[in-house]
Design a protein around this ligand. Structure first.
Ligand code: BES
Ligand code: MN
Ligand code: MN
Length: 462
């Protein structure tokens, strides 16, 4: 057995136990009730980086939650890898759908994870995947095989839009100077078919409010005679897609980068079973934009989805009422070349124009971000590819993901370096959902694969 494998084998129980401790802290960035827990998590990360062998670790204050920065410098003549991850997690709601407490990590076997998976909020997104990098650093340090310089930047606001990180990156270009950025916050195809994420979608997130009469009304006395904001809102939302499920906002597709036939054919080679996809979700058919496959719909095509909608009476029993207001939260996933600010403007103009007389509409933009595509003809990608092939025994496939990590395009702009997305999660790991989990196999494989990335990246840099 090589030193990497034997080190992981010898220390795996401790690696798991340490992650479990980290998962017990409810670092929910969206909810101010958990402020102290988020801050405590940053301290725990700092301590873990010091123990793993960083020369210097600091908690960097920002207008929001702190960023944990650490580095180990070996030589000015060697390349520098910058690791990014996040220690904040999504709210665990709805709580009643969890089989065990979201912050009481337990290990359970599943069909996909016969070796067991850790169930807890943040296990996969992103504490577990981020912590693989901390343990990989420990491994390289303890076995004297850290081949280059390393920097860590772990933030606590990813799940709420990374505003403070953008602030921090703009002010610390020199401190963060690097030759490649390495992130594990995405997924791979399966435990037998690794993939490297080569694209992320952008995002525009808005909230809309439709106002009708100045107060809630009796639906008998006024029904039929005034605009019902909920009826109006749902009609407006329904009109945002046509019969082919194309988005109807004028100009929405203008800048969308269309893939060539060859690129689409290449994509279609990735292993995928539509039947298994449907079975896993208990649906009898898929649904989406005409002319595109399921994997195209969820990666290279832009989308518009209602994430939440409310208004009127939703309590027990029936109440006859016409609400004064109706609301919805809407996200648009964007693809390369679409600018999220432009799309937000297009949405706002169009949506406001849909409001019938007797109503007013307000559109409030939330956060957003640009999409990203990584080229595969660079040494970062090649190093990742060689690393996966060594540990999985099969070559990794490039795959564009539907998710978003908006800060990645900002890294490219501010730090002028490419990001390599080495994700070890699976789509079935239920990130953002109840019963989120992360396979023990995936966690340990990550710790094993990351040091090889450093090795090959340093070799290829010469
Ligand atoms: N780690 C995810 C993004 C992700 C997951 C990308 C799997 C690709 C594959 C990240 O934490 C996330 O949830 N991002 C948000 C956007 C953010 C602005 C809240 C998302 O994609 O909804
Ligand atoms: Mn994440
Ligand atoms: Mn997330």
């Amino acid at each position: 057995m090589n030193t990497i494998k034997s080190y992981v084998e010898a220390h795996k129980q401790r690696f798991i136990d340490e992650l479990i401790e980290l998962l017990k802290i409810p670092s929910i960035s969206a909810d101010p009730a958990y402020t102290q827990d988020v801050i405590d998590t940053s301290t725990a990360i700092k301590v873990s980086l010091e123990k793993a062998g960083c020369d210097h670790v600091e908690i960097c204050e920002t207008p929001g939650y702190p960023i944990v920065y650490g580095h180990k410098h070996i030589s000015d003549d060697l390349p520098t890898v910058l690791v990014y991850g996040h220690y904040d997690v999504q709210p665990p709601d709805p709580l009643d759908l969890w089989e065990s407490g979201p912050f009481e990590p337990i290990i359970k076997k599943t069909e996909i994870h016969p070796e067991g998976a850790i169930f807890a909020r943040g296990s996969c997104d992103d504490k577990g995947q981020m912590y693989m990098h901390v343990k990989a650093l420990e491994l390289m340090n303890e076995t004297d095989q850290l081949p280059c310089n390393v920097k860590f930047m772990i933030e606590g606001e990813e799940e709420v839009g990374s505003e403070s990180l953008a602030w921090f990156v703009e002010r610390n270009q020199e401190k963060l100077a690097n030759d490649v950025i390495l992130i594990s916050d995405t997924g791979m195809i399966s435990n037998t078919q690794p993939s490297i994420t080569t694209g992320l979608r952008g995002l525009s997130y808005v909230e809309v409010e439709v106002t009708g009469p100045n107060r809630d009304l009796h639906s008998g006395l006024y029904g039929g005679a005034v605009a019902n904001p909920i009826n109006v809102l749902t009609k407006m939302i329904a009109s945002l897609h046509d019969e082919n499920n194309h988005i109807t906002i004028p100009g929405f597709y203008d800048k969308v980068e269309e893939l060539s036939k060859e690129e689409r054919a290449e994509m279609a080679k990735a292993p995928f079973s539509l039947q298994e996809y449907k079975d896993a979700l208990d649906i009898d058919d898929v649904y989406g934009e005409a002319g595109y496959t399921t994997n195209e719909r969820n990666s290279i095509r832009p989308t518009l989805d209602v994430n939440g909608i409310w208004g009127g009476y939703t309590g027990e029993g029936a109440k006859t009422v016409i609400a004064s207001k109706a609301y919805a939260k809407i996200s648009m996933r964007l693809v390369p070349n679409q600018d999220w600010r432009e799309i937000t403007e297009l949405f706002k103009t169009h949506f406001e124009s849909l409001a019938p007389k007797g109503t007013t509409v307000k559109v409030t933009p939330h956060h957003g971000g640009q999409g990203y595509v990584t080229p595969i003809d660079n040494i970062g990608y090649q190093a990742a590819s060689k690393a996966y092939e060594d540990t999985f025994g099969v070559p990794a496939i490039p795959q564009r993901s539907g998710g978003s990590i908006p800060i990645v395009s900002l890294f490219e702009k501010e730090l002028k370096s490419k990001t390599i997305l080495m994700g070890f999660g699976l789509n079935s790991d239920a990130i953002h959902s109840p019963n989120e989990h992360f396979g023990i196999f995936n966690y340990l494989k990550g710790i094993e694969t990351i040091p090889l990335f450093y090795k090959y990246f340093t070799e290829l840099s010469k």
